[in-house]
Design a binder for this molecule. Structure first.
Ligand code: NAD
Ligand code: WQD
Length: 339
């Protein structure tokens, strides 16, 4: 058997998935341009799994480099994480987002067609739902015109895969719509490491508690939710990583119901920002310095997943709860701060 190509494999979700793939006997080839991750992640992966993954530093926007990659390696399937992921940055620089997120995927599927590689897992996002009219969201909940170029890129990539699989019967794809991935590997050797000022809740909270930021702003306490703060479905990154192995095995065993499938990956539970802060404080026995601030532009009020389809079809469900998410996130941050 050839290798599983993991694009963006030194990134946050990619690195955790590489570990799970290796622990399930897969041979992994990572490509990454290191625009949002570091090469040292490779040795951390090896420390956990005992195996150093193959690595090629490559920018997926470079079409000929992608073609050469497929020429030079025996690749059996692709898990495509590589993308730019900052909603705010995408509003400022839409070209970067369409080029990096849509263009790169087109290069990959073209190379796959030329080299008869037929299995593709795509990192999508709950962002494709916008603010849904009904909760929880199922895979049938209508996708709404996205509220940012970033969100648009995820929707467009899903549309491309749907259209492409319609006319390429031998090509199989699974789009996984992640809700809010948080937490870190139990070893605290890999985790989320944003560069610059974090945009997302948990990274900002961690840096606040670590003393790097002064105060966490809670964006809005006047939403129509039980405590007024916005509600999200947080999912432990290791649970998410395991779902990728299952999705891959499903395609390799040709168990798909159709050659394009979409799954929600969440815990199915909604937690408010204040509930997250309280859970963090309780499980780690440490205070979070925070203040209520105005709503953040573009934020939705609440969203959480109906995970029935993933539970039934993939036989997957989130095993790690909010306490595990907060405990492992803080263990990772403490280790980083001590470096
Ligand atoms: P990340 O930034 O940690 O990982 C992405 C990796 O891709 C990085 O290592 C980066 O260097 C690499 N990369 C980016 N552009 C590249 C290019 N042109 N060529 C080669 N490598 C490139 O992000 P993540 O949180 O691990 O997210 C992984 C995927 O999941 C992304 O597609 C993201 O949009 C999606 N997603 C993330 C979240 C989230 O909240 N983290 C939620 C939903 C979906
Ligand atoms: C979570 C909650 C904030 C920071 C984003 C993308 C989405 C997906 C996941 C990729 C919200 C609140 C945050 C802070 C706060 N990514 N918050 N203070 O916005 O749900 O989703 O990441 O696909 O597409 O939009 O995640 O972590 O930024 O925010 O109060 O300093 O925390 O308002 O309610 P979000 P987040």
């Amino acid at each position: 058997m050839g290798k599983i190509l993991v694009t963006g494999g030194t990134g946050y979700i990619g690195s955790h998935t590489v570990v799970e793939l290796q622990q399930n006997g897969f041979d992994v080839l990572i490509v990454d341009n290191l625009s949002n991750s570091r090469k040292e992640v490779l040795t951390k992966i090896a420390d956990i799994s005992g195996t150093m993954p193959d690595f090629v530093e490559l920018d997926l926007r470079n079409e000929s480099a992608v073609m050469n990659l497929f020429k030079n390696h025996s690749i059996d399937a692709v898990i495509h994480f590589a993308a730019s992921k900052s909603v705010g940055e995408s509003v400022q620089n839409p070209h970067l987002y369409y080029h990096n997120n849509v263009g790169a995927m087109l290069h990959l599927i073209k190379a796959m067609e030329m080299h008869e590689v037929k299995s593709f897992v795509f990192s999508s996002s709950c962002t494709v739902y916008g603010q849904p009219d009904q909760l929880p969201v199922t895979e049938q909940t209508p996708t709404k015109p996205a509220e940012s170029p970033y969100g648009n890129t995820k929707k467009i990539c899903e549309d491309i895969l749907r259209d492409y699989t319609k006319v390429n019967a031998s090509f199989q794809a699974i789009a996984l719509r992640y809700f809010n991935p948080v937490g870190a590997h139990e070893s605290a050797l890999i985790g989320e490491r944003p560069s610059g000022v974090p945009n997302n809740l948990i990274p900002y909270l961690l840096e606040t508690v670590a003393g790097i930021r002064e105060k966490l702003s809670v964006f809005g306490d006047d939403y129509s939710t039980p405590d007024g703060t916005a509600v999200r479905d947080y999912i432990h990154v290791v649970d998410l990583a395991k779902a990728h192995v299952i999705a891959l095995q499903r395609m390799l065993a040709e168990k798909q119901k159709s050659n394009y499938e979409v799954f929600n990956l969440g815990s199915g539970n909604g937690y408010s920002v204040l509930e997250i802060i309280q859970a963090f404080e309780k499980v780690n026995d440490i205070k979070v310095n925070y203040e209520i601030a105005p709503r953040r532009a573009g934020d939705i009020e609440k969203i959480y997943a109906d995970t029935t389809y993933a539970n039934d079809e993939l036989g997957w469900s989130a095993a790690l709860g909010i306490d595990e998410m907060m405990r492992t996130a803080w263990a990772w941050q403490k280790k980083l701060s001590a470096e």
